[in-house]
Unconditional design. Structure first.
Length: 726
């Protein structure tokens, strides 16, 4: 059964902030969220998720099997002519069962095929009617049901979660004036700035067409051929390499609408905006060695992480915000705001917080809910409008078109996950699998037979969507605006904004990627592009590609600009709630097991998911050494009394050396690691010296405090060498 209880502890400490764009009364962020019992208390006319979905739910408990047409049946054995004879065509039970199975698959999404989703609720911080007529932002505390799907882009439906890739964060608001989708990603920019290039981009990034290798990876010739020719992609490539491509979890990434949209008031006044979702869990990323291990050991890592967190009541939250600016500022920031390969640094236009999304219920059926949801940038409501961004314009066509293909007909908006929570009235009719029974015989407008209904709603009548005035003129042309032409100044800004350790992460990532390129020409072309961003970057990447030459520095686009937003690893996490913690023990030591029991409770009290690891699953142990791996934990602690299994200990109960390997790998993945009392000898055996994020102490209190701080730091990058001179 779904739980739609609201959860407020993560928000409890977030302070309210004044907002120049908000009219009406401010509500403290998250205030009262925990007091509501369920989404059924949502104000306005929107029905709650629970009530809305209930009539569609099938409960198979304590009932007889039936056909699709409702006849009770026995479908365990087929009908045959004689006990050993052939199955009969007459057997409608057999035919229906096989036929339904044969048709279970629909095409996976052409991109973003791999993902996970969850239900939630959005709560507005205030009345923002002075910037938008959107009803879900019309009053402090107003709640709107949501569904959110997170994804990777390139991998197929069965690919690994931890692939290095851009990640989708697609959000649907079931508002009381219809569905509104922000179909965003975890970086503020896109690869290309003309939608006509999207098929080229995806063809280049997907597995190569001859051998279908590599799956869910850009480390191959066609991808870098494209990046070095369509250089608008460089900005995004830099961010993906700097850690954005391998988030620790869906919960630890931000989201961006990327394009410039317009907010429109009831009176038709407009502002340009960029949408953003800030994770209240903070931003955190894997290291690449770790992401690869995750991919091999648990390809469901991200979907499991968010599922477990929601089941445990640790509801992830994101704050919705907008960067707001006037339409006459289109070219005021040194680039064109219609070019979606550029972001506006938050120092230039700060993010105005609008409300908070809390994901609080898992789906009950992956296919019916997560697979069938059809997000569209074109799902907008009154108060929200588009800009002339050429990629946004292309997306307005593509999503509807692809969904017609995925569902095989136009009535997919009638699936429960896609239906708006408000009644629909229009003259669209028929098509495959029509689920409604339209009773109006006058399926046209204007009509008199139905007294002109459904009537046209617009700005002044019926509270309808309306397109705000926007002046457009120009000669037909197949050209890109010259204001889109600078592809290098912002990647340089990204590079400048990374800490030295993060620059090394980006260099190492690019070394990994480019060493998979076979063509020397492509390698050379890509190094030439890096040189336009930074000569040192080009030199460092080229160091491992001996067949390329780094040109002399080309300073045309070099600049010293920085922005604080880009760095992932420099900012401690605001909370450690819902991180994973391992306590390594041995069932052959009473001291170890009793310490493990005490410690696991103390670490659970910090809000962590704690697993005690030992040889077998005796009471008090959650996972065996044969199943556990360093990837399972964001930090770990070794208990005293267990030392012998780490030092010279072999056992048929786990692979050779596994216990010490877990400690060594955790250290190598930059995680906080520690030992209580005599267990510090394990660290000597593992050749791990005391240093940042290594906690050896006789005091549990000290260790708890150390780990609380260490898990917030999340990664101890000082463990890893920098290229000499950097
Ligand atoms: C020319 C540009 C683009 C085109 C033609 C395009 C096309 C598509 C298509 C066909 C899908 C599959 C949709 C479905 O099957 O339901 C998709 C999914 C998606 N796209 Fe795009 N896309 C473009 C750019 C972008 C950009 C700029 C973003 C982010 C701002 C983005 C974010 C997403 C996300 C998050 C999904 C997955 C939605 C889900 O979870 O169902 N796309 N895109």
């Amino acid at each position: 059964m779904r739980s739609f209880l609201y959860f407020s502890t993560l928000l409890g400490t977030v302070a309210a902030a004044g907002c120049p764009y908000m009219s009406g009364q401010l509500r403290a962020r998250g205030e009262d969220l925990g007091k509501r019992q369920s989404a059924a208390s949502i104000e306005g006319t929107t029905i709650s998720t629970q009530d809305f979905l209930a009539p569609f739910e099938l409960n198979d408990t304590n009932v007889y099997m039936t056909t699709d047409s409702g006849t009770p049946i026995d479908d365990a054995v087929s009908l045959k002519a004689g006990i050993r004879g052939p199955t009969l065509l007459e057997d409608f039970i057999f035919r229906q069962k096989l036929q339904r199975f044969d048709h279970e698959r629909i095409p996976e999404r052409v991109v973003h095929a791999r993902g996970a989703g969850a239900y939630g609720v959005f709560e507005s911080y205030g009345n923002f009617s002075n910037i938008t007529a959107a009803s879900f932002l019309s009053e402090a505390g107003k709640q709107t049901p949501m569904f959110t799907r997170m994804s990777t882009v390139i991998g197929e439906r069965g690919s690994t979660d931890s692939a290095r890739d851009v990640h989708g964060l697609a959000t649907r608001f079931y508002t009381d004036e219809g569905n509104f989708d922000i179909v965003g990603i975890n970086v503020p920019i896109f690869f290309i700035n003309d939608a006509i290039l999207f098929p080229d981009l995806i063809h280049a990034l997907k597995p190569q067409p001859n051998d279908q290798i590599p799956q869910a990876a850009t480390a191959h010739d066609t991808a870098y051929d494209f990046f070095s020719q369509e250089t608008s992609a460089l900005n995004l490539v830099m961010m993906v390499m700097a850690g954005y491509g391998i988030p620790r979890s869906y919960r630890h990434m931000d989201g961006w609408g990327v394009h410039t949209y317009r907010l429109v008031t009831n009176e038709g006044a407009t502002k340009f905006v960029k949408w953003s979702w800030k994770s209240l869990q903070g931003k955190a990323s894997f290291l690449w060695e770790e992401a690869q291990a995750v991919g091999g050991k648990n390809s469901d890592f991200h979907r499991q992480d968010i599922w477990n967190a929601i089941e445990a009541g640790i509801y992830p939250q994101w704050e919705l915000g907008v960067q707001i600016f006037d339409e006459d500022q289109q070219l005021a920031f040194g680039f064109d705001v219609l070019d979606d390969t550029k972001f506006i640094p938050e120092e230039v236009v700060p993010v105005t917080p609008l409300g908070v999304m809390t994901l609080n219920a898992n789906p009950q059926n992956y296919f019916a809910e997560t697979e069938q949801i059809g997000f569209q940038p074109g799902h907008v409501v009154r108060g929200i409008d588009f800009s002339d961004d050429p990629v946004l314009q292309g997306r307005l066509y593509s999503y509807l078109d692809t969904q017609l293909n995925r569902y095989g007909g136009p009535n997919f908006e009638q699936a429960p996950i896609n239906r708006p929570r408000v009644p629909i009235h229009n003259n669209n009719r028929d098509g495959k699998a029509q689920a409604y029974i339209p009773t109006n015989i006058a399926a046209y407008s204007p009509n008199t037979l139905n007294f002109g209904s459904p009537m046209e709603a617009n700005q002044t009548t019926g509270n309808g969507f309306f397109t705000a005035p926007r002046y457009v003129s120009g000669e037909l042309t197949r050209e890109l605006s010259p204001t889109f032409a600078d592809h290098w100044s912002q990647p340089r800004l990204v590079w400048n904004s990374l800490s030295p350790a993060e620059q090394q992460i980006a260099v190492n990532a690019l070394r990994f990627e480019t060493s998979h390129i076979v063509s020397t020409t492509i390698k050379q072309n890509f190094i030439n592009q890096l040189n336009l961003i930074d000569n040192g970057l080009a030199l460092r990447v080229a160091q491992v590609l001996v067949d390329v030459t780094v040109p002399p520095p080309d300073t045309t686009y070099y600049n010293d600009n920085t922005t604080a937003y880009i760095s992932i690893f420099s900012n401690p996490l605001p909370t450690i709630q819902g991180l994973n913690f391992g306590i390594l023990a041995s069932i052959y030591s009473n001291q170890s097991m009793s310490q493990a029991a005490t410690l696991s409770q103390q670490f659970r009290d910090l809000g962590l998911f704690v697993s005690v690891v030992a040889e077998t699953l005796v009471p008090g142990v959650n996972v065996t050494y044969s199943a556990a791996d360093a990837i399972d934990f964001d930090g770990l602690l070794v208990t005293p009394g267990s030392e012998s299994i780490f030092i010279n200990g072999t056992s048929p109960l786990y692979p050779l050396g596994r216990p010490i390997q877990i400690v060594q790998n955790a250290y190598d993945y930059g995680k906080p690691v520690g030992a209580l009392g005599s267990a510090s000898t394990v660290f000597q055996a593992a050749n791990i010296l005391e240093g940042p994020g290594v906690y050896l102490s006789n005091s549990t209190t000290t260790l708890l405090a150390d780990f609380e701080a260490g898990l917030k730091t999340f990664k101890f990058l000082e463990r890893f060498p920098l290229d000499p001179g950097y």
